[in-house]
Design a binder for this molecule. Structure first.
Ligand code: IPD
Length: 266
């Protein structure tokens, strides 16, 4: 990346440090899978510990900033114009099952605008970073969203509501609309990586409902900086806080949105 802001450097260092511990925890999971107790408690502890490490690193460098994290109540710092939005393990269910597809996700907002993002999968050592106006990168490679424009050629990722979550019927309708029109649908289980894969041109699009800001903050910036379009599922600007999202390239975004809106009506 040609220019790394001091804040982005701090975020990358925090993700790398927490990622090293997370890898060791992940190694333990395989042993715990076969125990009667199972790894659930261990994973909650790993989740909280990772969050603690990230908070410690980021607070040391930026003590006045505010924080929104998955595992703890929000922290209002004296500086309310800067806010870190953190998911210590996005893809917790994958982590719990020993599936190597999860990530640390850190977004930074300045005056309500996403300005820096980091998504780090410590297993694959893939570090996705983006800075507003500076582009999106995977390790040192510049990212561009895929150029495909025909629905019948594209792969679209999503998230499926599970036990205890609402919206199963809505999702079934949306899935039917998308799977009938595209080359395939993928459900990999980590929203941040779904967005990172859209930025990298691996997935052509991604939609999901029932999300939290920490699932998508860094990923929204990555897709936009890779030349993509990100909205909520009404086509509006509430992708971060609204709980629903659609990301794709400029040509595909309106086509996928139309299919999803049509499904919601029927
Ligand atoms: C979850 C993952 C998953 C998505 C869920 C999220 P978590 O985040 O991103 O892909 O489908 O909606 O809650 O709980 O693993 O941080």
């Amino acid at each position: 990346m040609p220019y790394l802001s001091p804040a982005l450097n701090v975020m990358i260092a925090a993700a790398r440090k927490a990622g090293r511990k997370l890898i060791r925890d992940y190694g333990e999971i395989e042993n715990l899978q076969i125990s009667m107790k199972g790894p659930a408690d261990f994973v909650s502890t790993a989740d909280r510990r990772t969050e603690d490490m990230l908070l410690e690193e980021l607070q040391r460098a930026r003590p006045h900033y505010s924080f929104v994290t998955e595992e703890r109540p929000a922290i209002e710092g004296p500086d309310k114009t800067h806010r870190f939005i953190i998911d210590p393990i996005d893809g917790t269910t994958n982590f719990l099952h020993g599936i190597p597809h999860f990530a640390i996700s850190i977004g930074l907002e300045r005056e309500g605008q996403l300005v820096s993002g980091v998504i780090f999968n410590p297993v694959t050592d893939e570090m996705y970073v983006a800075e507003k106006g500076q582009g999106a990168y995977l390790n040192d490679k510049r990212l561009r969203v895929a150029a495909r424009t025909k629905l019948n050629e594209v792969i679209v990722a999503t998230g499926i509501p599970f036990l205890g979550r609402p919206g199963h019927e809505t999702f079934a309708g949306e899935l039917a609309a998308i799977m009938g029109a595209t080359a395939g649908v993928r459900r990999f289980g980590a929203a941040s990586l779904d967005l990172a894969y859209v930025a990298a041109g691996r997935f052509d699009g991604y939609w999901e409902r029932g999300l939290h800001p920490w699932d998508v903050a860094a990923g929204i910036l990555l897709v936009k900086e890779a030349g993509g379009v990100v909205t909520d599922l009404d086509g509006g600007a509430q992708a971060l806080e609204g709980g629903h999202i659609l990301a794709a390239n400029e040509a595909l975004h309106p086509q996928i949105l139309k299919l999803l809106k049509g499904a919601a009506k029927s």
